[in-house]
Design a protein around this ligand. Structure first.
Ligand SMILES: CC(C)(CO)[C@@H](O)C(=O)[O-]
Length: 389
């Protein structure tokens, strides 16, 4: 958990994580080991920590020495990271000393480019780098509160290692080079019925991820900039025009990806018009919702924009394709955050340790932690995304 406030909310909820399936609640009550992040260190929380009574009402006698959290240092074999891309980068960075070339990190995000940036800035030595798996989740869920989700529509979980950027047309995709922790994690997922998980090919998983990225790269910044619900984007002529321009660039970049060359049906699948239909379907499906980027901007948190539009801009640059509309979107989001922060520079609510540790320039405006408790100050955001974290 990313701070003690999050742990306290979990404790108040009687340590229950619940999934609501059509009114039937599946509560997971016990046996979950919890670690909490504080000052860039993870602490393992003893089961009785902060408790005076057991679940059955019996008082707990700590014999004068209540259990205290100790720093968690054990190596991690398998790590599943299902938070937003900017948080994933910072969270994994804080676990660096516990991850090795025997570990596997499963990344489950709408944004792309987390593994690349981890390799560039955190796991710089290729021989000591953990393995990665990507997972794409298509189950429909609604978050009711922090520990309670409602399961809405059946989907699947598709898993694969990252696709290679080298052109490997004739090379079959096999698992002979998979580390034991990659095989273990994949088996664990595929043997869990409710996840409907299966091992897929790297290119198939990448294409699912790119569809999600295209959809989020349109809906998230447009709703965050217009401060509106997803459904408000429909039937607005100026929005439709912007949507088409964004998707023209996104489609062009994706079709030039070296790792997708030769994939049958690529041109049809990533045609701007097909992507537009995906966006409109998602806007309709989530029309009453506010997007995560709008939430983040309004709550003065870092956003995923560098892993959505920013990813397209960076991949476009590598391929010689200039993406001015996506570049403008990401800078409009950064600008909005910087303007908010400057206006409130003496009173930014700090919402979590996680964000405070987010020293990444990727997430826009930053908050310094070296000030006295009641004084906060806007951090300067770096002018561009692609230098150092
Ligand atoms: C807009 C969205 C619903 C697309 O799936 C998602 O990216 C979100 O909530 O930000």
């Amino acid at each position: 958990m990313v701070n003690w406030g999050v742990y306290e909310a979990y404790r108040q909820r009687k340590k229950r994580l619940t999934i609501d399936y059509d009114g039937l609640t599946d509560g997971l009550k016990k046996g979950i080991g919890i670690e909490v992040l504080t000052g860039n260190k993870w602490y393992r929380v003893p089961t009785d920590y902060g408790e005076k009574v057991r679940d059955n009402g019996e008082p707990i006698n700590h014999n004068g020495s209540p259990p205290r959290p100790g720093e968690a240092k054990e190596p991690i074999d398998c790590l599943v990271v299902a938070c937003k891309s900017n948080q994933a980068f910072n969270g994994i960075r804080s676990l660096k000393s516990r991850l090795s070339s025997n570990s596997t990190i499963m990344l489950v995000q709408n944004g792309l480019g987390v593994a690349e940036r981890l390799n560039q800035f955190v796991f710089i030595d290729p021989n000591r780098r953990p393995n990665y798996l990507h997972a794409v989740f298509s189950h429909g869920m609604d978050k009711k509160d922090m520990y309670n989700v409602k399961y809405k529509t059946l989907g699947t979980t598709s898993i694969a290692p990252p696709a290679s950027r080298e052109i490997t047309l004739a090379k079959p995709e096999d698992d002979t080079s998979w580390a034991p922790s990659m095989k273990y994690l994949t088996r664990l997922f595929t043997l869990t019925p409710s996840l409907v998980a299966f091992a897929n090919t790297p290119t198939n998983v990448l294409m699912y991820q790119l569809e999600k990225l295209a959809v989020s790269s349109v809906i998230d910044p447009l709703t965050a900039l217009n401060d509106c619900r997803n459904g408000d984007l429909l039937y607005v002529e100026s929005v439709s025009r912007l949507m088409r321009l964004l998707l023209l660039e996104i489609s062009r970049v994706i079709m030039a990806f070296p790792e997708l060359q030769g994939v049958p049906g690529l041109e049809d699948r990533f045609l701007p018009e097909r992507l537009r239909r995906l966006v409109v379907a998602e806007v309709n499906r989530t029309r009453k919702n506010t997007s995560t980027m709008l939430h983040d901007v309004n709550n003065r948190r870092g956003t995923e924009v560098e892993y959505l539009n920013g990813y397209i801009v960076r991949r476009g640059e590598e391929l010689g394709i200039t993406c001015v509309i996506n570049y403008m979107m990401k800078h409009l989001i950064h600008a909005k955050q910087q303007i908010y922060n400057r206006a409130e520079s003496e009173a930014i609510p700090i919402d979590s340790d996680f964000e405070m540790q987010d020293s990444s320039h990727l997430t826009g405006p930053q908050i310094t932690t070296s000030l006295p408790p009641n004084t906060t100050k806007a951090r300067q955001s770096m002018p561009d995304s692609s230098k150092s974290p």
